[in-house]
Design a protein around this ligand. Structure first.
Ligand code: UTP
Length: 228
């Protein structure tokens, strides 16, 4: 049986799109479990709620650790929305630490979680879970089609990379400051864990079709490869 970790982009968890956006993704997850018999763990991003708490908390003088804490709790709330849309298929509790995730995976349910600890993003959560479970695949969804040569929102000539090495990712994203709510497409913790665990990883668009294709093993988005 394959073990797959899917990170659902925080960009889905905005109030104007989440209600319509989640059910088609839940259908893809349902199909993958019933067809392939895969074990799935899903990690929800923090999205709008995390951003709002972090922004307001920072204005009010909150420290980065506290702001991270609010962000990771927002991601847990979003995990609750995912559990709602998966119904009986989902493990009914949002695990709050890695040990609980591992215990919950022993049931036949789809485990859905959000943030775990301050100091990293939910992408790192997905990588850490993938590492502990020796997952066959980590599918990391985002608001663009994958990893580009530069930010496609700012640079029209940006090109999608079909493959990227962990060192290239460190060069692209590794120098960012660790401020709550500002972690890049992939933060250093996520990149380093993917590398040390040799986790097969794809960065794809957060859309049902792309997720379905990635779960079928198709070459969609960007594949992360380890340094040779
Ligand atoms: P996300 O990493 O989900 O940010 O968590 P996001 O930008 O909404 O998601 P993506 O990357 O676009 O999918 C929101 C914030 O919560 C804190 C961080 O401050 C992060 O920026 N967080 C989250 C933690 O501190 N620890 C965690 O385990 C998860």
């Amino acid at each position: 049986m394959k073990t797959i970790v899917i990170k659902i982009s925080g960009s889905l968890f905005y109030w104007e799109r989440v209600e319509d956006g989640l059910p088609p993704i839940a259908s893809v997850v349902r199909k993958a479990v019933s067809k392939g018999g895969s074990k799935l763990v899903v990690v929800a991003g923090g999205g709008e709620t995390a951003r709002r708490y972090i922004k307001t908390g920072r204005k009010l003088g909150g420290g980065e650790g506290l702001l991270d804490d609010m962000g990771l709790r927002a991601a847990r709330l979003n995990a609750g929305l995912l559990i709602s849309s998966l119904g009986d298929l989902a493990y009914p509790i949002v695990p709050e630490d890695l040990g609980h995730v591992i215990e919950a995976v022993e049931t036949t349910k789809v485990v859905v979680t959000g943030g775990l600890h301050p100091g990293h993003s939910t992408n790192a959560v997905a990588a850490l879970i993938g590492e502990r479970l020796r997952a066959d695949l980590l599918v990391n969804t985002t608001d663009v089609d994958g990893v580009y040569t530069s930010d496609p929102d700012k640079d029209k000539s940006a090109k999608l990379l079909p493959k990227v090495t962990t060192q290239q990712l460190r060069d692209m994203f590794g120098s960012s400051r660790m401020l709550a709510g500002t972690y890049e497409l992939l933060d250093l913790v996520a990149i380093n864990v993917i590398e040390r665990a040799g986790l097969r990883t794809r960065i794809i668009k957060c859309a049902p079709k792309e997720i379905e294709e990635a779960l079928q093993g198709k070459a969609v988005g960007t594949e992360i490869v380890r340094e040779a």
